[in-house]
Every structure is written in structure tokens, then in C-alpha cells.
Design a protein around this ligand. Structure first.
Ligand SMILES: NC(=O)c1ccc[n+]([C@@H]2O[C@H](COP(=O)([O-])OP(=O)(O)OC[C@H]3O[C@@H](n4cnc5c(N)ncnc54)[C@H](O)[C@@H]3O)[C@@H](O)[C@H]2O)c1
Length: 373
């Protein structure tokens, strides 16, 4: 008999693990089977708060003892690869937080194991499910933009570095746990949105710079061992004459940057707020979309779009066979290729090719103390 519920366990019950639990509780087809966190106090706090009885501090023990369809990995970036790989090797489908991993090497290994084991691998790329993305995709897929030649990935925070500026854990700002800074953490959303909308183009070469110049709380700098970029810039060439520039800031003395854009010969798209820029009767025109109406129709007349309401709902529906899983692992891997290419370019002081990124990237995966049995 076909399944009507997916039994899922959540590994890592910190800020985002708790948020995933809250979302699963709103998805009728999802059943939270167990939770796991190495911090027993946090594990029990979350277990008590959401009435989840099956609790583990040991990942390996949970994978061995629990009856699970899927596992959701909400650990820090450099733990994504080893834990996701163990999950897939245990025969479960795997959901993993963004960025896919701490390095391109590790992300590629995750995708390889997914293909080898036949287990599904889904990466949290929240922007793919926004109404702006859905509407933009319709214009792009219909060919309204003509020849797409440039895209711009922009993300702005004036003072929003994790931990040192307040929000979130110190693991975000140390390469030992995070692999990277603003480009990884926020850039992943903006870059993946563009790669998705333009059909996952193939990177040829990239150049870039990274900076960490703006003053921060010195106490928190010392505690975290802050060593990541707060501003990342890049210029990339993709196959077919498509280019991309990136400007991603966690902290900068400046005004907000405009939104990400896609430029085509017939029309362009600003993604937030969504505007389609084009020319009619030799007049420059800007079209806006009633996204509220689009969303209403999507949930009434075209009800199958509930499969794309958010990343977790999409995942659960895909596991139940209600829709095809979006290729988020592939999109996230190509996002990581560009991001790490910018880091290599900064290090080498020159442009790097896609092949060089593959050759230079090494594993940043951490030893997981509670995974072996
Ligand atoms: N915080 C956010 O707003 C946010 C948003 C989107 C994505 N993310 C992503 O989620 C991931 C986690 O971020 P977070 O903010 O939830 O971090 P967090 O520090 O709040 O939570 C991480 C949890 O993992 C647990 N943990 C560490 N090692 C473990 C192990 N070996 N076994 C089991 N549990 C272990 C910790 O005890 C902690 O509770 C990161 O990859 C981040 O990029 C976070």
C-alpha cells in the first residue's frame, strides 16, 4: 500500500532545527519520528516543547534503532556532508540545510552518494518557492526575455554578521565549522535562485574578492575566532555567453543594494520586488504581477502547486510521489562551485576556471563524534 505519511527525524535541534519542527507540524503528511542533538539539555528542551518522545544524543544509534523514511540534517555546514552521507547510506532519503556543504568537494560527494545509493537528497534553497521566483519563471520559460545574457546576484545586510552582530551561533563565522561567510550563508539563496531560473548554466570561469573590514565587537570576535568574509564580490562567465555578477554583504557601510536581476534582449526581470522591464511600441514599460492573486489561484484552481509552497512541504510531497523533486542538490552544488571559485580567486589573485575549482577543492568535513556505532 502506498504510504500516506513520511516518518522523519531531525538531527540538530538548534535555531533552524526548531524551525523545521514547527514547519513539519503544519504538514499533515509529515510525522516527526525522532529528534537528535548532542546537547542533551537542548534536546530535552525541544522534545518537551513539541512533545516528541523519541530523543537521541547519538546519530548512529538513532539511524540504527528508529524506523525512518527520511532524515533532516540541521547541523553546521562542515557536518552536512558526513552526516547526510551516513543518512543516505543507512537507506533513508536526506534533507539538508543550506549551504549544501563546507566545500564544493564535500557537496559533490553528497550528490555522488545520492546517485550511488538511489536515495533522494534535497537541499534547503528557500528562494525557489517564493511567489516572485514562480512568476519570474513563467515569463522566462515562455521566452519573454529573449536571449538572457547577464544576471546579477545581490544580497544586502548593513550590519548582520551572525553572532558578532547578535543573531545566531558562533559556528557561522569560523571556517572550521562554516566553510565560508556571507557568500555561503546568504549568497546561496540569491545565486541558487538565478541558477534555477536560467536552467542551471555551466560555469566556465570566475574572478572575485572577499573582505572583512568593518569593525565588530572584539569580545565576540575573539570567542568565535571570526575568520570569514562579510562582503563577497564576483564576476563569472557561464557557457553560452551568459555572465553573472555577485555582491553579497553581511556588513557594509552603504545603502541597500537593489534586487537581483536577469537581463535579456527582449526583457529583464528585477526579482524583489518583482518587475518585468521591457519595451512596447518603442516605449520602455515596467510590468508588475499580482502575486496575491497568483497565489490564490495556485491554491484553488491549480491546487497541485501546494507541492511547491515551501521547501519542506515540497520534499514531503515529493517523497510521497505527489510531484517530482526539484533538482536542488544539483543547483546547490553549482552554487557552491561559484562560491568556492570566488574564494580561490581571492587566494590566487586571478580568475579561476571551473576545472581548477574541481581540482583545488578539498574536504572540510568534520569528524562526527556521535555517528559511529
Ligand atoms: N539560524 C538560521 O536562521 C538558519 C537559517 C537557514 C539555514 N540555517 C542553517 O542551519 C544550520 C544550523 O544552523 P543553526 O542556526 O540551527 O545552528 P545552531 O547552533 O542553532 O544549531 C545547531 C545544533 O546542532 C547541534 N549539534 C552539533 N553537533 C552535533 C552532533 N554531532 N550531533 C547532533 N547534534 C549536534 C548543536 O548542539 C545545536 O543544537 C547551518 O548549516 C545554517 O547555515 C540556519
Amino acid at each position: 500500500m502506498a504510504k500516506d505519511k513520511i516518518r522523519v527525524a531531525i538531527i540538530g535541534n538548534g535555531i533552524i532545527g526548531e524551525s523545521h519542527i514547527q514547519t513539519y507540524l503544519k504538514i499533515p503528511e509529515a510525522q516527526i519520528a525522532a529528534i537528535c542533538d548532542i546537547n542533551e539539555a537542548r534536546l530535552n528542551e525541544i522534545g518537551d516543547r513539541y512533545h516528541i518522545d523519541r530523543r537521541y544524543t547519538h546519530i548512529g544509534k538513532m539511524l540504527r534503532d528508529e524506523e525512518l523514511d527520511a532524515v533532516d540534517v540541521c547541523l553546521h555546514n562542515n557536518m552536512h556532508a558526513p552526516v547526510s552521507i551516513a543518512v543516505m547510506r543507512s537507506g533513508r532519503d536526506c534533507y539538508c540545510e543550506k549551504p549544501m556543504a563546507g566545500s564544493f568537494y564535500d557537496a559533490r560527494e553528497m550528490l555522488r552518494v545520492s546517485e550511488e545509493t538511489g536515495r533522494k537528497l534535497h537541499i534547503q534553497l528557500a528562494f525557489l518557492y517564493s511567489n516572485e521566483t514562480k512568476a519570474a519563471k513563467r515569463f522566462i520559460d515562455a521566452g519573454d526575455l529573449g536571449r538572457i545574457y547577464h544576471m546579477r546576484s545581490y544580497g544586502f545586510r548593513r550590519r548582520g554578521r551572525p553572532y558578532v552582530d547578535g543573531y545566531a551561533a558562533k559556528e557561522f563565522v569560523n571556517t572550521a565549522t562554516s566553510g565560508g561567510g556571507a557568500l555561503f550563508d546568504m549568497g546561496v539563496y540569491h545565486i541558487s535562485q538565478l541558477l534555477y531560473l536560467t536552467g542551471i548554466p555551466e560555469l566556465e570561469r570566475v574572478t572575485g574578492r572577499t573582505y572583512a573590514e568593518v569593525a565588530m565587537d572584539e569580545g565576540r570576535r575573539a570567542i568565535s575566532g571570526y575568520n570569514v568574509e562579510e562582503l563577497g564580490l564576483g564576476f563569472a562567465n557561464y557557457k553560452g555567453g551568459l555572465s553573472l555578477d555577485v555582491l553579497e554583504s553581511w556588513a557594509v557601510h552603504g545603502r541597500p543594494f537593489p534586487s537581483s536581476v536577469i537581463m535579456g534582449s527582449e526583457a529583464g526581470v528585477s526579482l524583489n520586488p518583482l518587475v518585468i522591464h521591457s519595451r512596447h511600441h518603442d516605449l520602455e514599460t515596467d510590468t508588475t504581477v499580482d502575486l496575491g492573486q497568483m497565489d490564490y489561484l495556485a491554491h484553488t484552481v491549480y491546487a497541485d502547486s501546494a507541492h511547491y509552497d515551501n521547501s519542506q512541504q515540497h520534499w514531503i510531497h515529493a517523497l510521497l510521489g505527489k510531484c517530482e523533486l526539484l533538482p536542488t542538490a544539483k543547483i546547490a552544488l553549482e552554487t557552491q562551485r561559484l562560491q568556492e571559485g570566488i574564494y580561490f580567486s581571492e587566494k590566487l589573485g586571478r580568475e579561476v576556471t571551473s576545472e581548477e575549482i574541481e581540482a583545488l577543492s578539498v574536504s572540510k568535513a568534520l569528524e562526527i563524534p556521535n555517528i559511529a556505532l
